[in-house]
Ligand binder design. Sequence first.
Ligand SMILES: [Zn+2]
Length: 205
Amino acid sequence: MAPTHDPIVRLVNFLSQLPGIGEKTATRLAFHIIRSPEEFARGLAGALVDVKEHVGFCSICCNLTQDDPCRICTAGGRERHVVCVVEGTPDLMAIERTGEFQGMYHVLHGALRPLEGVGPDDIRVKELVQRLAATSGDEETRVTEVIVATNPNTDGETTALYIAKLLRPFDVKVTRIASGVPIGGDLEYTDRVTLSRALAGRREI
Ligand SMILES: [Zn+2]
């Protein structure tokens, strides 16, 4: 994309790089921003800079967070022996909304997509292995179960099987959430009841 000094074109160019936003939507959003009060534009710009400056990865679970370790990792009363692996922070939030899961999380930030060249080094799977290795010697912190709650589509299944294989050397039960989450579906958009059932009906892989 050629650099431009026209502020409208520049804004449209930036917005159209967002996922799911085509040029037409980007143009509509740009004109909405132009018509909005100046405080809105300043607020939006500030919020954008703020997330880049203040949101990072939790050093324990890789969740996106303002504080490190994140609020879930530092919360008291959670089941520290069970770790639920999800593809992204929105999935973690969906599971948290069910109120059914009291364990810990690990956020991969993606799934394996071998056909598109997305391999293990492109997602945060190494961090999970390191976490298990670091805690395996201590009864207090040892992880006894890893629930793989990646999306129920081809990439999610590939990732789940890869993780199960990777964790075999550890003395840990690896389970997969039950179907019920529609095949090809997205955890993030699954309703609470279905998600709770899928978690409750998990099976060892
Ligand atoms: Zn965390």
